[in-house]
Design a protein around this ligand. Structure first.
Ligand code: GTP
Ligand code: MG
Length: 320
């Protein structure tokens, strides 16, 4: 009966006249490729990425504009067993997001066998009955077709075992741009009918100050190991146009603090003769200039915020 009424409606009303708009969130283990996929769908970098787990620390919205549809992607932090107060907060953020979105995209990397981490998330997803779920096999460029086929079967089985009906199972590669457009096409019909929610051309609702801080953190994450990636937080204190500049030669002064947790980490971030910090500045400044479309003077300072990941007061100060 349901199918009948849908058919009747669509024959009376051509598909193009229906506008859809809504939210899809990407969930998955840390490092599954959620942010990279978000950026690929949006067509511009709105979320930072790295090969360190737990890169994303807050939900980032990326907006995908299509004829007749607006798809708002909510990129969430990777879900994991929390070891710190920060970890717990991140997991809370992810769960709160699930309740609000129209469709959930569960990201599973093609190059790693399904593990306890994926199962843990899938079990939670099974509990959210009414929201359609799409399984997204990411990083398909890293595997051969046999491995991919096995992964597709494993994901299908996982759904059956836990009572999840996948609306779709879609293999994609965000870095090789394979099936990324197809994924958008498959997500759109799962959105409710409605007018656009963001102005045409907006790609994110992240404040500029936050995006700038994230680009600095992304540059700072490169090449650091062990616990250090988790210890880094960046806060932009000030962004001001330099005074006395001619109109055709503007310069934006940006002052930012790079926080770490222990004095012993300071040397690693700054590097011998300050070289590492300088590189972080050069690298992120280029990205910030591209983002804002203006020359930038970037002033970076390294500060210790003792054990901030575990300290509620510090967390608040750092924006968590
Ligand atoms: N080869 C390949 N690598 C990818 C692809 N997508 C992501 N990666 C890499 O996988 C790593 C993790 O990507 P992210 O997008 O930061 O992963 P995430 O799921 O957002 O991670 P968290 O924010 O930590 O939860 C990065 O080094 C990416 O470059 C892909 O399609 N192919
Ligand atoms: Mg991420």
């Amino acid at each position: 009966m349901g199918a009948m009424s849908v058919r009747t409606q669509s024959s009376e009303e051509p598909a193009e006249s229906v506008h859809r708009a809504g939210f899809a969130c990407f969930v998955g283990r840390p490092n599954a490729g959620k942010s990279t996929l978000t950026n690929a769908l949006v067509g511009q970098k709105v979320a930072i990425t790295s090969n360190r787990p737990q890169t994303t620390r807050h939900t980032v919205r990326g907006i995908v504009h299509r004829a007749g549809a607006q798809l708002i992607l909510v990129d969430t932090p990777g879900l994991h067993k929390p070891r710190t107060l920060l970890g717990e907060r991140l997991n809370d953020v992810v769960r709160a997001t699930w309740a609000e979105v129209d469709v959930i995209g569960f990201c599973l990397p093609a190059n790693e066998k399904l593990g306890p981490g994926d199962r843990f998330i899938a079990k939670e997803l099974a509990g959210i009955r009414k929201t359609p779920k799409v399984a997204i096999i990411t990083k398909t460029d890293l595997v051969d077709s046999k491995t991919l086929a096995e992964q597709l079967i494993a994901v299908d089985r996982l759904g059956e075992e836990l009572g999840i009906t996948w609306a779709e199972i879609v293999p994609v590669s965000a870095t090789a741009n394979k099936q990324v457009d197809l994924l958008a096409e498959l997500l759109v019909p799962l959105l409710p009918e409605g007018p656009a929610l963001y102005p045409e051309g907006d790609l994110t609702d992240e404040p500029e100050q936050v995006m700038v801080a994230e680009l600095i953190r992304e540059a700072a994450l490169e090449g650091v190991r062990d616990e250090l990636p988790h210890s880094i937080a960046v806060v932009v204190e000030e962004m001001l146009p330099r005074e006395d500049r001619p109109a055709d030669k503007p310069l934006l002064d940006i002052h930012a603090n790079v926080f770490i947790e222990r004095p012993s980490q300071k040397g690693i971030i700054i590097g011998p003769k300050g070289k590492r910090l300088k590189d972080v500045g050069i690298k992120s400044r280029k990205q910030i200039e591209a983002l804002l479309g203006t020359p930038v003077f970037l002033d970076l300072h390294v500060k210790v915020a003792k054990d901030w990941q575990r300290d509620p007061k510090q967390l608040r100060r750092l924006g968590f």
